[in-house]
Design a protein around this ligand. Structure first.
Ligand code: HEC
Length: 128
């Protein structure tokens, strides 16, 4: 390869190295786009607010904006709570929503800002 041919590659490498996305951001939502989060918000208001409240800060179901989780707050854990439901009242959604929709809901929940609401339930967990 001549140096001239390598130039585009060098530019890409430099662009990646100087990208200012924080590691935390990348860990939180590897590919969440604004559009996906927005779709998740709409799905949430149609399917979930009846139990989790308008602001997702808890009613019958737990506050989903705080740092306390019964089943964990990793992408997989939240997705699984939505998909399969839980023993104590969270209904399964695999028969009502597509995997894409459950992914968007998960992204929406992971990007919620902490909001005062129902008392914390479960264990404190800061990792997403
Ligand atoms: C019929 C009421 C109801 C509906 C509808 C409902 N939930 Fe839940 N949800 C609950 C309850 C109750 C729990 C706590 C379950 C437990 O203690 O096992 C829960 C738990 C959860 C959890 C786990 C929280 C944790 O602390 O680990 C997530 C995530 C969740 N719900 C998301 C959703 C989403 C997203 C929707 C809409 C697609 C939804 N829920 C719809 C009642 C509901």
């Amino acid at each position: 390869m001549t140096l001239l041919k390598q130039l585009p590659l060098i530019f890409v490498l430099v662009a990646c190295a100087t990208s200012n996305k924080s590691v935390q951001e990348l860990k939180q939502a590897p590919t969440a786009s604004t559009k996906e989060i927005k779709n998740g918000e709409e799905l949430f208001s149609m399917n979930c607010t009846v139990c989790h409240g308008e602001k997702a800060n808890g009613e019958i179901g737990p506050n989903l904006t705080d740092d306390y989780w019964l089943y964990g707050n990793s992408f997989q854990a939240i997705f699984s709570s939505i998909e399969r439901g839980t023993e104590n009242g969270m209904p399964e959604h695999a028969s009502k929503l597509t995997p894409e929709e459950m992914k968007e809901l998960t992204y929406f929940i992971q990007n919620l800002k902490p909001t005062e609401g129902k008392d914390p339930q479960g264990k404190k967990s800061s990792s997403k």
